[in-house]
Ligand binder design. Structure first.
Ligand code: DCM
Ligand code: DCM
Ligand code: DCM
Ligand code: ZN
Ligand code: ZN
Length: 300
């Protein structure tokens, strides 16, 4: 769902950031973060990019069906192959010009996409591969829980309230951001935006455990352990504090909204009605956070 949200981003970039972004993406991506946001999904099944497939999510090993939600950097991304480590990796690569313009542009496309993915609650959940294995009904058709959160409920929402127009929807989200018209004040969305603050091991989580409670083996050397997979593994990635904060926020919706009471057709009635405010705030929030992240990196 990132592509839709990231049409809102252009409005919040500073002139300097916007100029960098437009040049870096180039005409191949319409000089637009909205257009470029789908690239990472387009390439992940191509042989040259299969290594990136598991960077789109973090398999949080919690238990949303018993109302226990949590994300732990070390438990859930201990091997460094997850969306949290990917955001850290591409944040660094975006501001490393020595990599060359193509790699910097690729880093921007990945960040554009992964900050959107992180806002989808089922991209921060391990159960049944983020709900891909849970069969549900949507508008009379059999599909899976992950797919309706990625696509189908948003499509129904667009058709029902915005004439099927993504532009109308994103303009509405931008207006609501500017009017501070969401259940959580917009200023709170930006309480954690540092692009450099590292994740620290002594990291209290909602269950009162610490992230360093997950085994001596993974306690030894976080920096060394959290290198990305495949050909990237020689480079240590320092995981960042703020993407973990955003991940926990997403993941809490698994307990509050995604997993409870899943009966009947989920793309209508109460389930959809409960999902819509989550979809709206998560898409709006990820767009504004991406813009803020890019401004901090490219126009500090
Ligand atoms: N947009 C808007 N109002 C703004 C800024 C942008 O309606 N103040 C729209 C124009 C594009 C989309 O948001 O449809 C994002 O633009 P871009 O393609 O530059 O990402
Ligand atoms: N996905 C996820 N968590 C997993 C596996 C997959 O969030 N453990 C996401 C990635 C895609 C979607 O589910 O958005 C479909 O995955 P795939 O294309 O790998 O079937
Ligand atoms: N790559 C990446 N992140 C890194 C290192 C590399 O995404 N930290 C990507 C860039 C190339 C591929 O992996 O697409 C191989 O890069 P290299 O030959 O520099 O290892
Ligand atoms: Zn994705
Ligand atoms: Zn998905």
């Amino acid at each position: 769902w990132g592509a839709d949200g990231h049409r809102t981003v252009g409005c919040f970039l500073t002139p300097k950031t916007l100029s960098f972004v437009q040049t870096s993406l180039g005409t191949a991506f319409n000089r637009s973060l909205g257009t470029a946001a789908t690239w990472a999904d387009d390439v992940k099944n191509q042989a040259a990019f299969t290594w990136s497939k598991n960077l789109h999510f973090v398999d949080a090993e919690d238990s949303p069906t018993t109302n226990s939600c949590s994300v732990h950097e070390l438990r859930d991304c201990g091997n460094g192959v997850c969306v949290l480590a990917a955001i850290a990796n591409y944040t660094t690569r975006l501001v490393t010009p020595s990599l060359g313009t193509e790699q910097v542009s690729e880093a921007l496309r990945f960040l554009d996409h992964f900050i959107g993915d992180l806002s989808q609650p089922l991209h921060v959940e391990a159960i049944e591969a983020g709900g891909n294995g849970i069969t549900v009904t949507c508008q009379g058709r059999s599909t899976n829980l992950h797919a309706i959160w990625d696509t189908n409920m948003l499509d129904v929402h667009l058709n029902t309230s915005f004439g099927g127009s993504i532009a109308t929807y994103t303009n509405n989200l931008v207006a609501r951001i500017k009017a501070d018209n969401f259940s959580v004040p917009v200023s709170n969305w930006l309480s954690c935006t540092s692009t450099t603050e590292p994740f620290t091991v002594v990291d209290p989580n909602p269950n009162g455990k610490r992230d360093d409670d997950f085994g001596a083996d993974i306690r030894r050397d976080i920096r060394g352990l959290l290198g990305l997979g495949h050909g990237l593994d020689k480079r240590a990635i320092t995981p960042l504090a703020c993407p973990l904060v955003w991940a926990r926020e997403s993941n809490l919706f698994d307990c509050a909204t995604v997993f409870p009471v899943r009966t009947g057709d989920l793309c209508t009635g109460t389930y959809l009605a409960n999902a819509i405010p989550v979809i709206d705030i998560q898409i709006a929030r990820s767009g504004l956070r991406l813009a803020t992240w890019l401004n901090e990196l490219l126009d500090p």
